[in-house]
Design a protein around this ligand. Sequence first.
Ligand code: ZN
Length: 233
Amino acid sequence: MQAVKVIRVPLRLANSYLVQGEKTVIVDAGDPGFSRDILKAMRKNGIRKSQISLIFITHGHIDHYGSVFELKRHIDAPVAIQAIDQTYLESGTQAPLFPLNRAAAFLKAVGQDMKVRKRYGLKADVVINERLNLESFGVAGEIIHTPGHTMGSSSLCLINDTAITGDLIIRRYLFRGPAERVAFLHNQEAFLQSVRTLRERNIKLLYPGHGSPIRMDRVRIPNRPQTTTADRK
Ligand SMILES: [Zn+2]
């Protein structure tokens, strides 16, 4: 199978990605109202709508799936998400946000207030459990379950030691600062296991859900386990 090219499409806050092999897979769709930007990036890169074989949503947060229902009006491709988070995609709600600090708690309060009024749900066509090989979708890669940020979070691992990892790891201030665990974490143990899984797969470069690519050897994981609201329950 031919090499894979990853095109990052920055959408104000979140990233969408165009993963080009024999066919093209779209990873994440950004907040509502951004389908035009994704279609524009496709045109710019000479990707036709008919070449899209799959729209993969890394997890059930609206800044990652918000434009998927708009995209589906233009693109006739199945939508895939992991089983746990497909509940949130289908109902147009958010997977629970467990903030690790006060700044994150503030963001949660502001964000939820803005988003509850809008519903952008959509039923997934492909529900992933532990893994999904994308060979039949024309891309040399595999989607694997990497819970932590949300319990249904998943990553797309590609043949060239890179992975698109949603909100598993991002920079501290979204676009700058050290690369570390995201400030919203559902489960610490699951998160650590997901990072181990990526390391075992020899992943060297991460394409995060926000900001620019991150080198795996630069990722900082705190030694001290930090409990989240979810762990304490
Ligand atoms: Zn998220």
